[in-house]
Write a protein that binds this ligand. Structure first.
Ligand code: ADP
Length: 480
């Protein structure tokens, strides 16, 4: 049987490009999910023009209608979370529970921003000049490019698309080519809503071609990007001369500090969830475990024990707790880092091996290093896999310094029962999100999300602060 083919959604029509990519499951490379078309640059240009025409119509659509569109998208995602979560797990490799949870979360972003449609309030002020009144309000940014990675193909897309639409923008959605099925399913849901044609466009295609084209087009007002630091830097260099507004979430190297007075069970569970859920392929993952001497031996022993009991395998198999990594290239890169860590002098406590699998699943056992130093390459680079390293430190002060000694600053966590240390850490961790007695991964959908230093560039995402990127303020002066 020929595999099904899936097209781009441009100006209210499904359109085939000249080429297709194959979407294969990382759990079984013989499992062909479908063939997904690749937009040509002419089609991308058409989509940009359509978005420019549609955007003012969408922005002028009544608030209740816009609310209802977003609400309906959220309702359908949540109602179909089992089916779409299964497809997500099949194409991305996270477990079924994680896939279903992600689709439900994607729906919640639409529900949240449906409500935000009705909360677009401005402000007013007296002028310093008598007889003049001032008011200010938010207007849409315009046409926005949304460029997403493969690790949260539904959630990341939705936390960008929902506010973009809520605030009256038109969207050009360029998903990662490794996970087009989730992007296409989301588009199919959006395509059935009452949006002016061209308000929402799907442009599957290579980043270097389609992503690059968006960053060079005078028809694009802003780009919201999540991906690697290297791609983010390239994107910024391309977009800046065109004065395209940017919002970017990039790499990370998050630390979880474990102090002597931590609850050991909780510390082990939070480290495990933070470092290894989603096979460690999260920008919020805790890949550096910074541990003080009094708890060090017990913590490492218990965490290793927890890891040895994890069932790694194909994402959709019964009882599997950790799926494969995204593809063969990522697996190779992970294994190179395991070897590098050993050469650098860290002690491999457990895991770090490719697991033989008849279906060629890209599986590896989660790896834990001990006796790491913060200046080792394995503790500087974002590995983006199920690999974490314990870095022993003398005390809280050194732990804080090590946690902050990184190019990145997305999340930081601390496990302690000391109010003094928890409070100090919340204040002084150089990260956009700080977690106390919680895993570094796992955030809510109604509050700001983002990082510092090389992790983020531009305004925050999610929650009410999403308006900072997706709108522009207008201040109006009126002589009464
Ligand atoms: P990941 O491996 O997490 O997907 P990447 O940074 O490689 O991270 O890619 C993130 C997104 O950026 C993907 O959708 C990719 O296609 C896109 N992309 C890649 N190169 C470029 C580029 N030069 N300009 C714009 N987008 C790009």
């Amino acid at each position: 049987m020929n595999p099904q083919t899936f097209l781009n959604w441009i100006d209210g029509h499904w359109q085939a490009g000249e080429t297709f990519v194959e979407n294969r499951s990382p759990s079984d490379t013989d499992d062909l999910i479908g063939r997904y078309t690749q937009a040509t640059s002419v089609q991308a240009q058409q989509a940009i023009e359509a978005a420019r025409r549609a955007q003012p119509q969408w922005a002028a659509t009544g608030l209740e209608q816009r609310h209802d569109v977003l609400r309906a998208i959220g309702d359908e995602l949540i109602a179909r979370r089992d089916e779409l979560g299964r497809q997500l797990a099949r194409e991305e490799g996270k477990t079924l529970a994680e896939g279903v949870g992600e689709v439900a979360r994607a729906g919640q972003f639409f529900h949240y921003f449906a409500a935000e449609v009705l909360r677009q309030l401005g402000g007013n002020a007296d002028s310093v000049r008598p007889g003049i009144e001032i008011d200010y309000r938010r207007e849409p940014l315009g046409v926005v490019g949304i460029i997403t990675p493969w690790n949260f193909p539904m959630a990341t897309a939705c936390w960008k698309i929902a506010p973009a639409l809520a605030f009256g923008n038109a969207v050009l959605f360029k998903p990662a080519n490794l996970t087009p099925a989730s992007a296409w399913a989301l588009t199919e849901i959006i395509s059935r809503q009452a949006l002016p044609p061209g308000t929402f466009n799907l442009l599957m295609g290579p980043g270097e071609a389609i992503g690059h084209l968006l960053a060079t087009s005078p028809g694009v007002d802003g780009i919201s990007f999540t991906g690697s630091l290297e791609t983010g830097r390239r994107l910024a260099a391309t977009a800046a001369p065109n004065l395209i507004k940017l919002q970017m979430e990039m790499g990370s190297k998050n630390a979880l500090v474990v102090l002597d007075d931590a609850d050991l069970d909780l510390a082990v569970e939070c480290a495990f969830q933070g470092a290894y859920s989603g096979a460690g392929q999260k920008c919020t993952a805790s890949s550096r475990l910074v541990v003080t001497p009094g708890i060090h031996a017990a913590f490492v022993e218990r965490l290793a024990e927890r890891m040895r009991n994890v069932r790694v395998g194909r994402a959709l198999d019964e009882g599997v707790q950790m799926g494969p990594v995204i593809d063969g290239r990522q697996l190779e890169s992970n294994l190179r880092y395991v070897a590098l860590g050993q050469r650098e002098g860290a002690r491999l406590v457990c895991g770090g091996e490719a697991l033989a699998h008849p279906e060629r699943a890209w599986c590896m056992s989660p790896a834990l290093f001990d006796e790491g130093r913060n200046d080792m390459q394995i503790n500087r680079d974002e590995i983006f896999g199920p690999i974490a390293c314990v870095i022993p430190v003398r005390d809280y002060e050194e732990a804080l310094a090590v946690a902050n000694d990184t190019a990145f600053g997305l999340t930081a966590g601390i496990m302690t029962q000391s109010l003094r240390h928890a409070t100090h850490f919340r204040r002084h961790a150089q990260a956009g999100c700080v977690m106390v007695n919680l895993p570094t991964a796992g955030t809510d959908y109604h509050v700001p999300f983002g990082g510092r230093k090389a992790s983020s560039y531009g305004p925050r995402e999610q929650g009410p602060h999403a308006a900072e990127f997706y709108t522009t303020l207008k201040t109006a002066y009126t002589r009464a």
